[in-house]
Design a binder for this molecule. Sequence first.
Ligand SMILES: Nc1ncnc2c1ncn2[C@@H]1O[C@H](COP(=O)(O)OP(=O)(O)OP(=O)(O)O)[C@@H](O)[C@H]1O
Length: 241
Amino acid sequence: MSAVLEAEGLQTYYGKSHILHGVSLTVGEGELVALLGRNGAGKTTTMRSIMGLTVPREGRVKLFGRDTTGKPPYRVANLGVGYVPEGRKIFGHLTVHENLLVPPQTKGPWTIETVYRLFPRLDERRTSKGGRLSGGEQEMLSIARALLLNPKFLILDEPSQGLAPVIVQEVMRTVGRMKSEGMSILLVEQNAFLALELADRAYVLSDGEVVYDGAAATLADDRARMEQLAGVSHAAVDIRH
Ligand SMILES: Nc1ncnc2c1ncn2[C@@H]1O[C@H](COP(=O)(O)OP(=O)(O)OP(=O)(O)O)[C@@H](O)[C@H]1O
């Protein structure tokens, strides 16, 4: 399997604060990899380091076999990397459909019609203003917009954050469908059990270091280890059942 992402020994700082202490991770073609960890573990900083939003002081980032270390975010995105950051940055005053017309047209399987098929809720709400959508619908709209750029690799930062359990399930099912369509995905989640149900492999970060790197199923089956490493709350466990 060829690698979509190879990050090696990332050391990332915000000013004098040393946040990532040698983070290495890979995502293979067609793989869904979960990146887990408690609040403040360094998950978002890892994404930012990969995207070139915060340039690591040491270490290397390779995307599709090309060294992108220190390259600006638009160059990284242009290689075919979609990034859906935390916090659903959609246009509240535009309708769903208008939001989907914002990204430039790109070649590939994802068109406005195919994303409506993936997200029937958005199809039903074509004419609703973004600002009037529920949290879950806004998350779907953020993901839909990223898909329209036809990325080869999608990075999702905590898509379940702040959503009701039933909506979390729906968003996660959609992530599963994108994987089955062949998309390579790095899924950053606090909701560890749900992420592990979908993921092939997982990394757990703690204080800016990788403390688990292995099969998702192995970690999911070891609940004590999960709680110790990722600080998984019982609420997250309950959502699954
Ligand atoms: N702009 C910043 N300047 C200084 N420190 C920051 C900045 N952004 C984040 N940090 C710190 O870096 C550490 C890692 O934060 P990061 O956002 O990467 O964690 P996270 O695992 O994504 O957590 P969360 O789930 O809360 O988003 C935290 O201690 C945080 O306080």
